[in-house]
Ligand binder design. Structure first.
Ligand code: URP
Ligand code: ZN
Ligand code: ZN
Length: 467
């Protein structure tokens, strides 16, 4: 069935204009004023923005981590994403526990295939990086259409790569044209600070933040930047939180290094004092890198505005408060790291960014969708509204005021880190490849309708240098 999105204001990373959008067979086939087609269903978008669907480049659905498993799986996670205006995610396929990388990818296909309600791709998240894993990379990336790999400088006991291994990963990344994503914190020094804190009886959630200071993010960011540059690789720094890391990224980009930076909504809105909440409630805000003192927020907004940071990931990694977070009731270092953000990423950035005048509408679309499509090899199929692109579209009412709450969210967790935050604007209708997934705020999609998107390495290589 054809559809015409009629009467809305189209917003892309570069333009804002009033026109109708004709959709046929899941693809945009015409953009023009007053399109007429008797066979088409008219979707009234009067008073609404017509945005390209959000692309979330950083999610962890149904992922074993920190001795447990994340609470949102591919059903609840992708439904919540759709309610929030996200039509494509790139999830981290974890290698640990799988005999080969190919087995790991098979496992991820099994988890996602019959559940996803939006489109998706995978990054390989290699926490057990060694020469065997590195040797497997070229074939599995080509076979599976994966063009990005995540490596850790944090989580010393679980995932941390040595500098040598990291450098080898950059060399392979350069050879393959792949983007190497790095979690930049100095895991070894963090472990020392954690042991010191525990030995001194410091067990509360706030010590999660105090044992992972910004200097250790800055130091690891600089190390990753220099090693990536030496190898000639493209570096994507995930979840940047602080001035120390931003300064390193800006300085490298000013020298012409190929470095891309992502930040996440909680770092723009919340601060370290959240971990001091009484009755163990601080555990709700335990993720890594941690929330920072409030002055870091402005540094992140400025870096987004000046395009020194390019993307907004959710880092969705949800653990229920009255369940999994309590694993660390007596010891902050045992609190599973992560929070529930997949649903609110889009609206929090719109409300705190556009509605509060910090970023423009076009910059919003660029950060929430277009840049991720370009960096990760999805553009122009995804990430914009153009003839020939997939009809992944969000009709967004910019006038609604509402309050974020666990009582109304769709994620499978018993709390929301943004609880009580009043936001302006709401996704009303969400289409993926021209099909309704959310219609007038109701879920009308079907399980397994999301498609796996192959991402070709060459395509990622051509579009990865961001101006
Ligand atoms: O605390 C976090 N961020 N959990 C998810 C894993 C990661 O480091 O991205
Ligand atoms: Zn990480
Ligand atoms: Zn993550």
């Amino acid at each position: 069935m054809k559809k015409i999105i009629s009467g809305g204001t189209i917003v892309t990373a570069s333009d804002k204009y009033e026109a109708d959008v004709l959709i046929e067979n899941g693809v945009i086939t015409q953009i023009a004023p007053n399109i007429r087609d008797e066979d088409a269903e008219i979707v009234d978008a009067t008073g609404q923005y017509v945005f390209p669907g959000g692309i979330d480049p950083h999610t962890h659905l149904d992922m074993p981590f920190n001795n447990t498993v994340t609470d949102d799986d591919w059903e609840s996670g992708t439904k919540a994403a759709a309610f929030g205006g996200t039509t494509t995610i790139i999830d981290f396929c974890i290698s640990a526990g799988s005999p080969t990388l190919s087995d790991a990818v098979k496992t991820w296909h099994k988890k996602s295939k019959d559940k996803a309600v939006i489109d998706y791709g995978f990054h390989l998240m290699i926490g057990d990086l060694n020469e065997v894993r590195l040797a497997e990379l070229p074939q599995v990336m080509e076979q599976e259409g994966i063009s990005s790999v995540k490596v850790f400088l944090a989580y010393a006991k679980e995932f941390q790569a040595s500098d040598r291994t990291l450098f080898q990963a950059f060399k392979v990344g350069k050879e393959l044209g792949a983007t190497v994503m790095v979690h930049c914190e100095n895991g070894s020094v963090i472990d020392e600070l954690v042991e010191e804190a525990r030995a001194n009886g410091k067990t509360k959630p706030i010590y999660h933040a105090l044992t992972r200071p910004p200097q250790l993010e800055g130091e690891a960011t600089k190390r990753a930047i220099e090693l990536a540059h030496l190898a000639g690789a493209k570096l994507y720094v995930v979840h940047v939180t602080c001035k120390e890391a931003v300064d390193e990224i800006i300085s490298a980009r000013n020298k012409g290094y190929n470095v891309i930076g992502e930040t996440c909504p909680p770092y723009l809105v919340l601060d370290q004092t959240a971990l001091e909440k009484p009755n163990f409630e601080g555990a709700k805000y335990v993720w890594s890198p941690p929330l920072r003192p409030v002055e870091h927020q402005k540094v992140l907004w400025d870096a987004l505005k000046s395009k020194q940071l390019q993307t907004i990931g959710s880092d969705q990694c949800s653990f229920s408060f009255n369940g999994k977070k309590s694993l660390g009731k007596d010891d902050f270092s045992k609190i599973p790291n992560g929070g529930p953000f997949i649903e609110d990423r889009f609206s929090v950035l719109y409300s705190e960014g556009v509605a509060k005048g910090r970023i423009s509408l076009n910059e919003f679309v660029d950060m929430i969708s277009t840049q991720s499509a370009k960096i990760f090899g999805l553009f122009p199929k995804k990430g914009t509204i153009a003839v020939g692109s997939d009809a992944d579209i969000v009709l967004f009412d910019p006038t609604v005021k509402r309050v974020i709450s666990a009582e109304t969210h769709h994620m499978n967790v018993d709390y929301n880190a943004f609880e009580g935050l009043e936001v302006t604007g709401e996704p009303i209708t969400v289409l993926v490849r021209g099909e309704y997934v959310i219609k007038e705020k109701e879920f009308v999609g079907s399980l397994g309708s999301g498609e796996y998107i192959r991402r070709e390495v060459e395509s990622a290589k051509d579009t990865a240098v961001i101006s």
